[in-house]
Design a protein around this ligand. Structure first.
Ligand code: ADP
Length: 629
């Protein structure tokens, strides 16, 4: 019998499949099951229209394998195909989704389109694992059955055949194993079962397979009877398609642990059904703890993507913005084509709409948690707050409005976490800025010389202890019209008008002393000034301009040898401190000693700020010299 040739397009796709180095060869099963399910949908639909009396319960997929013959069989009792349909559907790829996809993308260089990387490669994916494929099929209502058979690019044959029921039987004759490829792995119960569970669990028809059961032989210890039972491998109803009322927290949690391989219950789940510009079901989880690799380059964000109950991508990164990269879960949409490649997904309008909508959903859920279950939110924040901050930072502030209300910072008031909104509502009358200090730890910041005065005055300070914090605050600029102000900056002016006046007078009176100290600290500080920030401490260190001391520290710790920005340091001196009288005395009587004092005070200011001093030995020598004197 003469072999028929595949049409040129089909032949090319087929060649690619046969020589596929695609690592996800296993998806062939998903494709064939999906086709079987479609064929049954068609029959069911026809039955409803024409009152044929076929119910969903009559329809099923039978999966089986034969180790000796090295075959896998997928049988359905769906609509089946007649001779013309066989010819048109399996001989000409123009009918298949893969080709439609290519036509839709006429601008993409046809030769370059990576068919293998596509999801939903269709019937031809069978040739990734099979050297020969046969399709025995009988169209519903027809007398005749046909056998389509192909060993690949050579072409295919269609012959008359015998089959009593309508539907199709697809038989794959697996390729021989090679050094690199183990095709025999598909000839195992557990493998097929796990593939069905993984990719086709939610196919709405039962996928049945004969499975071997071992039962202990009565009276004979250690011996077993083996029987074969038909088992339905898939659960059929996707949990996300069920209504929320039907489901318990426990069911959500179990699903999460099983599918996302976590041993802990999630912190929370979000189950949403959205209709409108983007129509989709989503089931999302926020883990309780950050995975061990979460803050490393190895961590991959993404949600599972389903198209009408069929998984088309295991990890679709485009569905999640970076600041929500910790979210696990899935999205199921009928608006997405099965035949869509990774590259195309990135440009898919529908997917973009879904992403935007998911973003809002996740944010609202977090906001709700923040408002209604503070303890839970703080637990969330401990694990993933840093990621939200990184995301906010790397979005260059474009997400300010969207994310700023999710932020928490430790506040000087009771050392508890606070939102910016809470801070602002607690602001004292006349306070026009949000004060912050940044450094290594809350404990250290709380003892900074500058904080004493502010706290005395009843102002609250946000303690920023993550490296990224100060950059975030810089980017936010303000919250609710209130500017962020560092209390470690030289121009942080939280003094009253009177205090300002007094500071100015004292600065004027001690002009020469300050200049002398500045001279002594040449190259170390940009200036020496009288301070209005200090109460019981003699000195503190602040900075002029954009780069703060903390930023200098953070940037300095980053890899790379390029010029690191330095803070313009300002030594602020407390004119009311007893040491100041001593400085005045030394200025009049012993300039050399004044220089040593300036040095010591500067080093002390560094130490209090948590910065290294240039020469610890020299510092100690100077202090000792003073002690013996
Ligand atoms: P797609 O499913 O994307 O259309 P395929 O290459 O997988 O592309 O299949 C091509 C066509 O062959 C299908 O559209 C369908 O008409 C037909 N077909 C495939 N498998 C079956 C089946 N089991 N029963 C009936 N028709 C089938």
């Amino acid at each position: 019998m003469a072999k028929k040739q595949f049409k040129a397009e089909s032949k090319r796709l087929l060649e690619m499949m046969i020589n596929s180095i695609y690592t996800h060869k296993e998806i062939f099963l998903r494709e064939l099951i999906s086709n079987a399910s479609d064929a049954m949908d068609k029959l069911y639909f026809k039955s409803m229209q024409e009152n044929l009396g076929i119910t969903r319960d009559d329809l099923a997929i039978n999966l089986s394998f034969n180790k000796d013959a090295r075959t896998i069989t997928i049988e359905d009792n769906g609509i089946g195909m007649d001779k013309d349909e066989l010819e048109n559907n399996l001989g000409v790829i123009a009918q298949s989704g893969s080709f439609r996809f290519k036509q839709d993308n006429a601008d993409a260089d046809k030769e370059e389109v990576d068919v293998i990387g596509q999801f939903g490669v269709g019937f031809y994916s069978a040739f990734m694992v099979a050297k020969k494929v046969t399709v025995l099929t009988k169209k519903y209502g027809d007398e005749n059955a046909y056998l389509w058979s192909s060993e690949g690019v050579d072409g295919y044959t269609i012959t008359d055949a015998e089959k009593d029921k309508n539907g199709s039987v697809i038989t794959l004759f697996l390729k021989d194993d090679t050094e690199d490829e183990d095709y025999s792995e598909f000839l195992a119960e557990y493998k097929l079962r796990s593939l069905v569970k993984r990719y086709s669990d939610y196919i709405r028809y039962p996928i049945k397979m004969p499975v071997t059961k071992r039962k202990p032989k009565e009276g004979k210890e250690g011996e077993y009877d083996e029987t074969t039972e038909i088992e339905t491998l898939n659960s059929m109803v996707p949990i996300w398609k069920k209504s929320k009322q039907e489901l318990t927290d426990e069911q959500y949690n179990e699903y999460y642990k099983e599918k996302f391989l976590d041993y802990m219950d999630p912190l929370t789940h979000i189950h949403s059904k959205t209709e409108g510009t983007a129509t989709y079901n989503a089931l999302l989880f926020i883990p309780k703890k950050a995975p061990f690799d979460f803050y490393t380059k190895e961590y991959e964000k993404g949600l599972q993507l389903y198209s009408s109950g069929v998984m088309i991508m295991e990890k679709c990164a485009d569905l999640l913005p970076d600041y929500f990269s910790f979210v696990r879960g899935l999205v199921d949409s009928e608006d997405l084509s099965l035949n869509i490649s990774r590259e195309m997904l990135q440009h898919d309008k529908q997917l973009k709409l879904i992403e935007k909508s998911l973003e809002r959903t996740i944010k609202n859920e977090l906001k709700k948690m923040l408002n209604n279950d503070r303890e839970k939110y703080e637990e969330f924040w401990k694990n993933f707050g840093l990621q939200i901050k990184y995301g906010l930072y790397s979005s260059y502030g474009t997400q300010k409005e969207f994310l700023q209300d999710l932020l928490l910072f430790t506040s000087s008031a009771e050392k508890k976490l606070t939102t910016l909104e809470e801070y602002v509502t607690r602001m004292k009358e006349g306070q026009d800025a949000i004060y912050f200090a940044s450094g290594e730890s809350v404990a250290k910041l709380d003892t900074l010389p500058q904080t004493e005065m502010l706290k005395d005055k009843g102002y609250e300070i946000l303690y920023l202890t993550d490296n990224v914090d100060e950059f975030i605050v810089k980017m936010l600029v303000d919250y609710d019209g209130k500017e962020f102000k560092s209390i470690q900056s030289s121009d942080a002016d939280f003094e009253t008008e009177d205090e300002k006046k007094e500071k100015k007078e004292k600065s004027e009176q001690n002009k020469d002393l300050l200049a002398e100290m500045k001279k002594a600290l040449e190259g170390k500080v940009a200036d020496v000034r009288i301070s209005a920030k200090l109460r019981s401490h003699p000195v503190c260190l602040t900075s002029d301009g954009e780069v703060s001391l903390e930023m200098e520290k953070v940037l300095g710790a980053m890899p790379g040898n390029e010029m690191k920005p330095k803070a313009d340091r300002v030594l602020e001196v407390n004119a009311d401190h007893p040491i100041f009288a001593k400085l005045q005395f030394l200025f009049d009587n012993d300039k050399e000693k004044l220089a040593a004092y300036a040095d010591i005070l500067y080093d002390q200011a560094l130490l209090i700020e948590g910065l290294d001093i240039d020469d610890p030995v020299e510092y100690c020598n100077k202090v000792c010299a003073l002690m013996v004197n």
